[in-house]
Design a protein around this ligand. Structure first.
Ligand code: GLA
Length: 404
């Protein structure tokens, strides 16, 4: 059996098997490599608080038990060798420390190289190269942060192997910095923060204005978190993401003529509405309205969850979807169909798009007894209405990065 087939058979949570297989793959890819260490960093799902993280607002994501793994060792010279079990056809990709330059890489190695570059930008230079073998079990392009998990993973093994003094929050910030400046995606801090700071069975209530955070237990005794993968990713995603961010900045500039304001997350909807007259551009108004109301919904949702008012939590998730669909316009037909069909199923507390948008996944809270029917009804309707196959994952909230 090839390594790739062996990996395909591994259950998501079976870390010991993954470690063994990854070590074997490492040795096959780099027969002359030194003995590797093995590391893991998780993906994330956001429960609520979408497109608020670059607006100084609140988010409520959690780390998943799926993520990205690496078997890594240092080299004696300055070369970098990469191999991914997810892209075996690409074979071993060669580079070196001097070649970590923004805007040059087209393949997946742009993420680890971006983090190496971002470390150097902080004065944390590597004194030798690496052999890196990667495998991840986050479905590609699903909006569950495979790239953030690879960034946090890279930061985590660099810290461990070179002995840098950094906190996990530093690793999140470095990951975001590399994504912004090496890969040109102007993302906020949510994904890297969730991956770096994840805790089993807890979601992270993060205020992106000052990075203060608290863990909130997600003890859903009678419910499951179900992720539905639309298996579409529209090309717009990065360009439109950056446009949304710019529109929010324009809204802040407009409002700044009248008040002291750094970010939309500082406003209540009442305060925004009192300045409605400034918004002659209807699109800008809708974008600002989403950013402000989504932040308020996130705060209310966490209060509801803490007080055990799950129905209310679900309603707020639904409102979040409507706002992302109609005001922020980051949904798409496939995702809207999945959410509409989820809303029809009995036992569904709430369902919404999750992540950056334009495809990817929805997240739904579903009663234990309704999960089977949920998959059947939503799956059948998706294929009937759009001739597409959805994929379903019942997820566990996992821990942040670790050395295995
Ligand atoms: C992407 C970005 C995050 C966040 C979400 C939307 O996942 O990487 O920073 O902005 O979109 O909430």
């Amino acid at each position: 059996m090839t390594i790739d087939n062996r990996m395909a058979q591994v259950a998501a949570g079976d870390m010991a098997t993954i470690k063994d297989n990854l070590m074997t793959a490492y040795k096959e890819a780099f027969p002359d490599g030194a003995e590797p260490q093995v590391y893991f960093a998780p993906g994330r799902v956001n429960l609520i608080g979408e497109h608020t993280d670059y607006n100084g607002g609140h988010v409520f994501p959690c780390a998943l038990s799926i993520g990205t793994y690496a078997a890594v060792s240092k080299r004696a010279d300055r070369r970098l060798r990469f191999y991914s079990l997810n892209f075996p056809k690409e074979g071993v990709l060669l580079s070196d420390l001097e070649e970590c330059v923004p805007g040059k890489d087209t393949k997946w190695i742009a993420y680890p190289k971006g983090v190496i570059w971002a470390f150097a930008q902080r004065g944390l230079e590597l004194d030798c190269g690496l052999d890196i073998c990667i495998w991840g079990n986050i479905p590609n392009g699903s909006g569950l942060s495979s790239s953030a998990s690879l960034e946090v993973l890279t930061g985590y093994f660099l810290r461990d192997l070179y002995g840098f003094e950094l906190t996990n929050i530093d690793l999140a910030l470095i990951g975001q910095y590399s994504e912004n400046h090496y890969n040109g995606m102007n993302c906020g801090i949510m994904d890297q923060f969730a991956s770096a700071m994840g805790k089993q069975d807890q979601a992270i209530f993060l205020d992106t204005a000052d990075l203060s955070y608290e863990y909130a237990p997600v003890s859903l005794a009678h419910h499951k978190i179900v992720i539905t993968n639309s298996k579409v990713k529209h090309k717009l995603v990065d360009s439109q993401y950056n446009v949304r961010r710019q529109q929010c900045e324009e809204a802040v500039a407009l409002l700044s003529g009248r008040m002291q304001l750094k970010a939309l997350g500082e406003l209540s909807f009442l305060q925004l509405e009192a300045n409605r007259d400034l918004f002659t551009d209807e699109i800008l108004w809708k974008r600002a309205k989403h950013a402000v109301t989504e932040n308020e919904r996130t705060i209310l949702a966490v209060e509801a969850l803490k007080a055990g008012r799950l129905e209310e939590f679900g309603q707020l998730m639904n409102q979040s979807h409507i706002s992302l669909r109609d005001d922020y316009e980051v949904s798409c037909e496939e995702i809207d169909v999945l959410v509409e069909e989820a809303w029809k199923v009995e036992g569904v507390l709430g369902s919404r798009i999750t992540g950056g948008g334009f495809g990817g996944c929805t997240v739904s809270i579903v009663e234990n007894g309704a999960v089977e029917n949920f998959q059947k009804s939503v799956g059948e309707a998706y294929s009937r209405r759009l001739q597409r196959e959805a994929e379903f994952y019942i997820v566990e909230i996992g821990n942040g990065p670790s050395k295995l």
